[in-house]
Ligand binder design. Structure first.
Ligand code: ADP
Ligand code: MG
Length: 480
């Protein structure tokens, strides 16, 4: 397969649905909190009763504009809503209110790891309900499905990319950056596993050098970044095989099965005319004034790319900066620590080292631990003042995360302050040398790398509290 891959170019475009974190639904007053009792958030509007009218939720529009600006989109002065008709049991009205030819955001782009990916459009629409099929949720063996309409009417922003990606890796990078952005601007949880962010991947292949795109298949049901990459890889091979055997890829929607690691045909792909789009008669076209756009632009928080660049300008490696930005909780914590004036270098060592390891082990977020930015800053200042060594700092940070204690309290209580008193260190160093005459002789005969052994012994004797610089100097003096 690998050499066959060289004959083809892969073309990928992603359609990403982001569930907007509004309090209420996009056209109805019901709440959209996840995990409520089935069908408890279902007003007559959500149920599509006769005679009800949708009312547009301004917060959803605000979030749409904010996302558009973050994705370098134009926000046209006018957008409108359209009905997309189809029948499905989770869609009570028999149509979905979406935006067809006049979406809220157009012509954007995202720079991802040096590559520019065009964003064709982003439009607002309502989500459908959920079907719970036989076999799921304790319905094993049953022959029916249940309908939960709590999700129906939840606001979605569908972000449609240009077919600009050329590998599964580029697609994953784009998706990860998109996820970072919606999370940092606070419009979406960006959780692929829970479905608050969903991705349809359109994939086609064409002979290398060709200008004409091949027929695409659309892959649904990818619930993680790694599944997205796997699904695309599988689909590329599947399409190459078809073409190599003289067949034709058909335009269709396929479902990714992450357990079986394959895509399966779900349905032929509808064309737009199958949906009989027409303007939603119950909603006026929406005028978005330039003042409105500017008001929202003024609230734009620092975006992930700018954050990475700022961290790098503080001396962080590109890798460290990216790892921290990927974990929003850590990045916001780090920003607080920086604001309090701590040394970025020492702070990063703690965050990327002991803190990240502890969070990974306990599966906690930083704000679920008892560590405060103030306490980390205090710990760092103790290290900078040479009150404690870096090693002692590493020993106590976990306790600080567990019980919220201050570094100075732990140091005081356990007597951990650094021994810089040269007299005391000299005494211990002498003791260590006396106890290891063979090593002393070897050192004096030229085996100078034994210095590390002596330093280690002194550190052990002082439980890591001796000032390492002083220990080195004193030992060299004693050993001659
Ligand atoms: P639809 O709304 O019917 O799914 P669109 O024309 O809006 O169709 O395209 C949907 C997505 O498919 C976009 O992200 C676009 O970039 C991508 N796409 C279009 N043509 C191709 C192609 N030949 N290969 C891969 N992706 C494509
Ligand atoms: Mg589509």
């Amino acid at each position: 397969m690998e050499d066959l891959r060289d004959k083809y170019e892969v073309v990928i475009g992603l359609e990403v649905h982001a569930q907007l974190k509004t309090k209420s639904k996009i056209f109805a007053p019901d709440g959209c909190e996840f995990g409520k009792d089935p069908n408890s958030e279902t007003s007559p509007i959500t149920l599509g009763m006769p005679g009800v009218l949708p009312v547009l939720n301004k917060e959803a529009v605000n979030m749409g504009i904010l996302t558009g600006l973050a994705l370098n989109c134009e926000i046209p002065e006018r957008c409108k809503f359209d009905r997309k008709q189809y029948f499905y049991p989770d869609l009570p009205k028999g149509y979905q209110i979406s935006q067809y030819d006049e979406p809220i955001c157009v012509n954007g782009y995202l720079n991802v790891k040096g590559k520019r990916i065009g964003i064709t459009r982003a439009h607002l629409e309502e989500d459908a309900g959920k079907l719970v099929h036989a076999g799921a949720d304790g319905l094993a063996g049953s022959s029916y499905s249940l309908v939960d309409l709590n999700r129906a009417g939840t606001p979605l922003l569908e972000i449609v990319s240009e077919p600009d990606m050329r590998s599964s890796e580029e697609a994953r990078n784009y998706m990860e950056e998109l996820r970072n952005i919606v999370r940092y601007i606070g419009v979406c949880d960006g959780n692929l596993e829970e479905g608050s962010m969903r991705c349809d991947a359109n994939i086609s292949i064409m002979p290398k050098g060709s200008k004409e795109f091949g027929t695409r298949a659309e892959i649904k049901n990818v619930n993680s970044f790694s599944a997205l990459q796997r699904a695309i890889e599988y689909e590329i091979d599947r399409q190459i095989e078809i073409v190599e055997e003289g067949g034709k890829v058909v335009q269709e929607t396929r479902l990714w099965d992450d357990n079986a690691r394959e895509t399966k045909s779900m349905r032929g792909k509808e064309d737009a005319h199958d949906y009989r789009y027409f303007p939603e008669p119950d909603l006026m076209p929406l005028k978005i004034s330039r003042e409105w756009v500017e008001e929202i632009r003024a609230k734009m928080p620092e975006l992930p790319q700018a954050k990475r660049e700022r961290y790098m300008s503080l001396g962080l490696s590109e890798y460290d900066a990216s790892v921290i930005v990927e974990q929003m909780g850590l990045a916001l914590f780090f920003d607080e620590v920086l604001k309090l004036g701590a040394s970025p270098k020492i702070a990063v060592n703690f965050i990327m080292g002991e803190i990240a390891a502890y969070l990974k082990e306990t599966k906690l977020e930083i704000n679920e631990t008892k560590l405060t930015p103030e306490n980390l800053v205090e710990l760092i200042s103790l290290i900078e003042k040479n009150t404690i060594s870096n090693n002692i700092g590493k020993q106590i940070i976990v306790d600080m995360m567990k019980d919220g204690s201050k570094a100075s309290e732990i140091v005081e209580k356990r007597g951990l302050s650094q021994i810089s008193d040269t007299g005391a260190i000299k005494e211990i160093a002498q003791k260590v040398c006396d106890a290891n005459p063979a090593q002393v002789t070897a050192y004096k005969n030229g085996k100078v790398q034994l210095l590390g052994f002596f330093v280690g012994q002194v550190m052990k004797e002082t439980k890591g509290r001796a000032n390492p610089k002083a220990v080195n100097e004193i030992l060299k003096e004693i050993l001659g």
